[in-house]
Design a protein around this ligand. Structure first.
Ligand SMILES: Nc1ncnc2c1ncn2[C@@H]1O[C@H](COP(=O)(O)OP(=O)(O)O)[C@@H](O)[C@H]1O
Ligand SMILES: [Mg+2]
Length: 243
């Protein structure tokens, strides 16, 4: 690929940085059936401004992943209101939610979830092509180059290290230029060196893309790099501090 990486959208100016990209009010979520039904989120109010970097901390089982899944449109809350990047997530059906996620939201999980039968480039390009972008493959090559994998385009996931696979997942999440990048324990499956490299790239690429970044983590060092730290306990927000 000799195409140069095009400039990403700049981080928004201060006037638009006050724009709210996530507005959650009174979110409640219960999971399980019948007598086994448990309240997971017990009234979450959270407003996130465009361009913020936010860490979601809290003990295991406190509801971090569940909250991320609701905010990212993967799981539907049972009550409350939720606006994400201009879409009313509570008013949409499954297809509507999937359509609203596309292009607005990127997701990186602890497990990399790459398609094993596709090369790195195909993994990144396929969602772009499905979204109707004509230049999906060249865009994918650029995104992979930006995470240091320009020499791994035709490798399959099994031929890549864990850190490399997570960088492919990150390129895939950011390639559609989402307004918000959600990451759930993105370094949880990586050793310290690879984890640090992935964290560095996550912050750098999200900033370059002007994406709001919300990271679920129990790593205090990762949380300390965020401009805002929200702590959950037992399905409630118990603290919310800005650096
Ligand atoms: N499908 C489910 N059915 C019932 N309970 C669930 C389900 N998924 C998660 N939980 C419970 O919800 C609580 C919060 O889980 P989770 O959001 O994964 O927490 P965290 O990410 O903070 O560790 C936990 O007590 C977990 O056992
Ligand atoms: Mg979790």
């Amino acid at each position: 690929m000799k195409t140069a990486l095009p400039p990403l959208a700049p981080t928004p100016a201060t006037t638009s940085s006050a724009e709210t990209v996530i507005d959650a009010r009174g979110l409640i979520l219960s999971l399980g059936e019948g007598d086994g039904r448990v309240a997971i989120l017990r009234g979450i109010d959270l407003a996130v401004r465009r361009g913020e970097t936010l860490a979601l901390l809290g003990p295991s089982g406190s509801g971090k992943s569940s909250l991320l899944a609701v905010l990212a449109g993967l799981e539907r809350a049972d009550g409350g209101s939720l606006q994400v990047a201009g879409a009313d997530f509570m008013a949409l059906d499954e297809d509507g939610l999937a359509a609203a996620r596309r292009g607005r939201i990127g997701i990186v999980l602890q497990a990399f979830h790459l398609l094993p039968t596709m090369t790195a480039q195909e993994n990144v390009a396929t969602p772009l092509e499905l979204a109707g972008m004509p230049d999906g493959f060249s865009r994918a090559a650029e995104e992979l180059g930006a995470v240091g994998l320009g020499h791994r385009l035709t490798h399959y996931p099994a031929q890549l290290s864990g850190g490399e696979q997570q960088r492919v997942a990150m390129a895939r999440a950011l390639a559609p230029r989402p307004a918000i990048l959600f990451a759930d324990e993105p370094t949880g499956n990586l050793d310290a060196a690879n984890g640090d490299a992935v964290s560095d790239l996550l912050f750098a690429r999200a900033a370059q893309a002007g994406a709001t970044l919300l990271i679920v983590t129990h790593d205090p060092a990762l949380a300390a790099r965020c401009g805002r730290v929200v702590t959950l306990a037992d399905g409630h927000i118990v603290s919310d501090t800005r650096a």
